[in-house]
Design a protein around this ligand. Structure first.
Ligand code: GDP
Length: 172
C-alpha cells in the first residue's frame, strides 16, 4: 500500500483568557469537554492528525498555558506558525474587542502567509452578546475566515481545524 502524503504544520491558539482555547483542543484531540478550568501549564503543544482528502495533516497545536493574561507570549510561540486560530467568547464582548490586538500581533510576529481563522466559541450559550454586524465588519476589514464553534457540544470544531488544514495545505 502506498503511504499517504503527510504534511505537518504548527498552529497557534490566540485570544483572551477563558474563551475556550484549551477546550477546543481537548474537543478535537480527545473528543472531551470539561466544565472546570484545568491548567494547561506544562503542555506547550499537542499533536493531532486530520485527514484532508488523501493527505494526512499533522497539526502541532500550541496553547497559551495562560500566558495571554500577562501579554507575555514569547517569540518562540509564534515562530514557524503556519496557522493561527483567534478565539473570542460570544458571551463576553471584551474578548471580541481584544481580538484586533491578536490579529495585529500574529500578523506582525509571524510569516506574512500565516492563515488565520477567527472563531466565536461558546455558541451553545443563550447569551450572544456581541453585535453580529460588528463581527461582520471586523472579519471583512481584517480579511479573515470566520467560524462559529462550541467546544461543549462539538459544533464546528472539526470544521474549524479541517478548514485551517486545507488553507495551509494549499501552499504545498
Ligand atoms: P482558555 O483559557 O481560553 O483556554 O479557556 P478554557 O478552555 O480553559 O475554558 C474556559 C471555561 O469556559 C471553562 O470552564 C470551559 O468549560 C468553558 N468553555 C469552553 N468552551 C466552552 C463552550 O463552547 N461552551 C461553554 N458553555 N463553555 C465553554
Amino acid at each position: 500500500m502506498v503511504e499517504n502524503f503527510v504534511l505537518k504544520f504548527k498552529v497557534v491558539l490566540l485570544g483572551s483568557s477563558a474563551v475556550g482555547k484549551s477546550s477546543l483542543v481537548l474537543r478535537l484531540c480527545d473528543n472531551k469537554f470539561s466544565e472546570t478550568k484545568e491548567s494547561t501549564i506544562g503542555a506547550a503543544f499537542q499533536n493531532c492528525s486530520l485527514d484532508v482528502g488523501d493527505t494526512k495533516v499533522k497539526l502541532q497545536i500550541w496553547d497559551t498555558a495562560g500566558q495571554e493574561r500577562y501579554n507575555s507570549l514569547t517569540s518562540m510561540y509564534y515562530r514557524g506558525a503556519k496557522g493561527a486560530i483567534i478565539v473570542f467568547d460570544c458571551s463576553n464582548n471584551d474578548s471580541f474587542i481584544s481580538a484586533q490586538n491578536w490579529v495585529d500581533e500574529i500578523r506582525s510576529k509571524s510569516s506574512s502567509n500565516v492563515k488565520i481563522i477567527f472563531v466565536v466559541n461558546k455558541t451553545d450559550l443563550p447569551q450572544f452578546k456581541v453585535d453580529r454586524e460588528e463581527i461582520e465588519k471586523f472579519v471583512n476589514k481584517n480579511n479573515l475566515i470566520f467560524i462559529e464553534t462550541s467546544a461543549k457540544t462539538g459544533l464546528g470544531v472539526l470544521e474549524l481545524f479541517s478548514d485551517l488544514a486545507i488553507e495551509m495545505s494549499e501552499e504545498y
